[in-house]
Design a protein around this ligand. Structure first.
Ligand code: PMP
Length: 283
């Protein structure tokens, strides 16, 4: 069955759907997006995703394309038409279409595109044995808290990771701090069993999965430290992990080719993976 995309008011087969060449998303990456996980036909953590979408739009002074309720019903209708119980929804809003000019157009209407695809969630092997990451310089702009569609540095870092046979690239700033992954948040567990992850600020995207994982950790009595950690701390960590909507929570068992601890997932990350699966009702 052809996948159906929602594009500015119309439902179209994905392969024939199109946006205008002067869409500002295409010309300036002037837009934001969300990726939402759907399990058993239900979008998960939708409130958190729509809250973040609203924050990203407000930060760029892009008007919401429609009310939140309307957006939810379009999302559900797109899902219904695609008939996928498990899916990843990609939702993109740009400032709209206007003659090319850096200045915000006076009258453009925001563009909304929603696509749905079959998810490629992590394999059992990746969940049980963990994944490798490499470190790469963090070359991104100063507002990584906005979920902007401007992802070229992320794309390049991720490509380097793939070339090195790794799942993800951990981005390292000029001070040697691991900010986050190219498309995920980054965590370590120290010798005291504390879960450490970069604090929420303009250097990282506040992941929806991150917010859920930290909440679950605290509820379970795991000490959470929202503090920057260095590459050296990561090399010396007892455990490491990454999280995102599509990757869930995954153990990181090697960094730049060096095994994390004994190279196998540790008990704090395994416990959090189980709690996250239970949160999604798939435990
Ligand atoms: N950081 C970056 C840079 C990302 O692209 C993503 C995934 N979109 C994340 C973190 C994780 O966010 P989430 O858990 O909301 O998918």
């Amino acid at each position: 069955m052809a996948h159906i995309a929602y594009v500015n008011g119309r439902y179209r087969p994905l392969h024939s759907a199109a946006v205008a060449p002067e869409d500002r998303g295409y010309q300036f990456a002037d837009g934001v997006y969300e990726v939402i996980k759907v399990l058993g036909g239900r979008p998960r953590d939708l409130e958190r995703h729509l809250d973040r979408l609203a924050r990203s739009l407000a930060a760029l002074d892009i008007a919401p394309p429609m009310t939140r309720r309307a957006l939810e019903s379009v999302l559900h209708e797109t899902l219904r038409r695609n008939q996928l119980a498990n899916a990843l929804v990609y939702l993109q809003v740009t400032r709209g279409t206007a003659p090319r000019n850096h200045l915000f157009p006076k009258r453009a209407r925001p563009s909304l595109v929603i696509t749905v695809r079959r998810p490629a969630f992590p394999s059992e092997r990746e969940r049980e044995q963990g994944v490798g990451v490499i470190t790469q310089p963090d070359l991104r702009w100063g507002r990584c808290d906005i979920k902007s569609i401007s992802l070229l540095p992320n794309v390049l870092a991720r490509q380097s990771a793939a070339a090195a046979g790794c799942r993800e690239a951990w981005l390292v700033d000029r001070e040697g701090i691991v900010t986050e992954g190219s498309a995920s948040n980054a965590y370590i567990v120290d010798a005291a069993g504390r879960l450490i992850t970069h604090p929420l600020n303009q250097r990282i995207l506040g992941g929806v999965t991150r917010s859920v994982v930290l909440q679950l950790a605290r509820q379970d009595g795991i000490e959470v430290v929202e503090q920057a950690f260095s590459v050296d701390q990561a090399y010396a960590a007892r455990e490491a992990a990454l999280s995102s909507t599509s990757s869930w929570l995954l153990p990181v068992t090697s960094i730049d080719g060096r095994p994390v601890s004994n190279g196998m997932p540790g008990h704090v990350v395994r416990r959090l993976m189980a709690l996250y699966a239970a949160h999604l009702g798939v435990a």
